[in-house]
Design a protein around this ligand. Structure first.
Ligand code: HEM
Length: 504
């Protein structure tokens, strides 16, 4: 299954020199939705097809899985990989090395005991009290101060704006607030705005370079550029310096606050929570602290933890919302139902149709479309595929969301009703995570899922209540879906250009 295809991908990487030349001779498909069937070559495997489909990799991958026997993208395999045989499938050293400058030893890159201890400390940050604080303080403040005024101005001018960009900036501010406890009041000052812009750009650059590295084996060129500090290595180091300076200055200023003060705060930000846990006698925090015994090492870990969280929250919710707005524009009947629900529900979060529309939008366009692990020992997956120690074992939420045998004949339609009881009129009903692994599952399931839903519903409701959204580009037509960027998260290529009109 996935591993076999990934082996072809790796084959491509090994023969990169030859194929670089070949690439010039093989233009990408003119029609981005046209399928290219694999005709595996005994030497090159699917390499040529890989190159032809490189700009629509997730669709190509979905097609390969659909056509491969036995049990492609089978939910039982995903369950086995991420829960049943959790100990046998790890992040792996390759991912850790590629991501080391970005997230170091933080939760997202860690395996084993280091991961477990961090996960326990972090999980306290997602209590229901923390969620309430998130929606009452963080979201409300950033909506009122930044997003809504920006959209109001766009509506008043009549100019088209890139909604994806606005949503990404909003998500970045919100997650920085949660991770570092950055005060919203300070963020309107010109100096803070400049700092925020620099941070935003640095994060983008560092994520792009690190993920590219995670997908390709380390080359001599990379080692040399790193040594000489030129090219992408230089850009990565410069970007990392920007947020290192920022994270370290926040860590230092928090260290100078008294412990008493932190306790008075009641519901601390993530950084303060990790700082307190590592200083406390609490078992998990103490063990974690013991793994980073010097003040410098502790600070470094704190920086790694918060940077990882910013990474988790920055592009995921904004990606989901971008596709949601596009899909609603392409399906006016569904948009009308969302608006009717919102107009009839002044305040509450019981918006079942909106919730279903978001879940449905992430089925077709999951913010994390592709994810992988490395096998520690040989294994056989429930649906029959053999896996050898050291192989990649991947799953694609994008491919699974488009499988007829999982979602039925209308799997490519946008139909929020499929998530609602009583033929689409009742409350939201979820499905097993193995069929819909958008938030992962098992011990490493997304900790921010509830928070993400609260954020997505709050933002979507705030925008749709206040504005009518006319999509200018890419055209809102289910027959010609927008292109996406080949990044870690599902970004709409070129952005989502809309014209807003204030509703009465
Ligand atoms: C629509 C929004 C989101 C989606 C689709 C999503 C998806 C995911 C996925 C697929 C993973 C598994 C990563 C892996 O182990 O390979 C994950 C893990 C995680 N996510 Fe999210 N996420 C979202 C939003 C958030 C937000 C807003 C936060 C934080 C505020 C967050 C925090 C986390 C954390 C802490 C983990 C667990 C890491 C671990 O134990 O290794 N996520 N998420």
């Amino acid at each position: 299954m996935a591993t076999a295809h990934l082996a072809y991908v790796l084959l491509f990487l090994v023969t990169a020199g030859l194929l670089f030349r070949l690439r010039r001779l093989l233009p990408a498909p003119a029609n981005p939705t046209a399928a290219h069937c694999p005709h595996p070559n005994p030497v090159l495997g699917n390499t040529v097809e890989f190159i032809r489909n490189r700009r629509r990799f997730f669709d190509w991958y979905a097609m390969l899985l659909r056509d491969s026997p036995p049990g492609p993208a089978c939910p039982a395999d995903v369950e086995h990989l991420l829960r049943g045989s959790f100990g046998n499938y790890v992040r792996g050293p390759g991912f850790r090395v590629a991501m080391s400058e970005l997230i170091g030893d933080g939760l997202f890159a860690a395996d084993g005991r280091l991961w477990k201890l961090q996960r326990k400390v972090a999980s306290h940050a997602f209590s229901s009290r923390a969620l309430r604080r998130f929606s009452d303080d963080v979201l409300a403040v950033h909506l009122r101060r930044r997003l809504i005024p920006f959209l109001d101005a766009a509506a008043a001018s009549g100019d088209a704006v890139d909604l994806q960009d606005a949503l990404r900036r909003f998500a970045f501010d919100a997650i920085c607030h949660v991770a570092f406890g950055v005060e919203a009041e300070a963020s309107t000052a010109a100096a803070d705005t400049r700092k925020r812009e620099a941070l935003f750009a640095a994060f983008d650059a560092a994520v792009e370079i690190s993920f590219r590295r995670a997908l390709t084996p380390p080359t001599v060129v990379r080692k040399v550029t790193r040594l000489l500090n030129v090219g992408a290595s230089r850009r990565l180091r410069d970007a990392v310096d920007v947020f290192d300076d920022y994270a370290m200055s926040v860590v230092e200023s928090k260290e100078s606050q008294s412990r008493m003060r932190r306790e008075e705060d009641g519901d601390p930000d993530l950084l303060s929570r990790f700082m307190a846990a590592m200083d406390d006698d609490d078992d998990d925090g103490e063990q974690l602290g013991a793994m980073f015994p010097t003040p410098q090492a502790k600070r470094r870990l704190l920086r790694d933890v918060v940077v990882g969280f910013v990474l988790a929250g920055k592009d995921t919710t904004s990606s989901a919302l971008t596709w949601l707005f596009w899909l609603l524009a392409a399906n006016p009947r569904c948009e009308r139902r969302v608006r009717d629900e919102l107009d009839g529900d002044a305040k509450g979060m019981q918006q079942h149709y909106l919730h279903a529309a978001i879940a449905e939008s992430m089925r077709l366009y999951p913010p994390v479309p592709f994810n992988g692990r490395v096998a520690v020992a040989d294994d056989v997956l429930p649906c029959g595929a053999a896996v050898r120690a050291g192989w990649f074992a991947n799953y694609s939420a994008y491919a699974m969301g488009r499988m007829e045998k999982i979602w039925g004949e209308n799997c490519l339609d946008f139909s929020p009703e499929r998530w609602l009881r009583d033929r689409g009129d009742g409350e939201f009903v979820g499905v097993e995570a193995a069929r819909y692994p958008v938030f992962h599952l098992g011990p490493r399931v997304c900790l921010g899922k509830e928070m993400a839903y609260v954020q997505m519903k709050t933002v979507a409701a705030a925008v749709l209540r206040r504005f009518s959204v006319e999509v200018m580009a890419p055209a809102a037509d289910m027959g010609s879906p927008p292109a996406y960027e080949m990044t870690a998260t599902m970004k709409m290529k070129g952005g989502l250009w809309v014209r807003l009109r204030k509703r009465e």
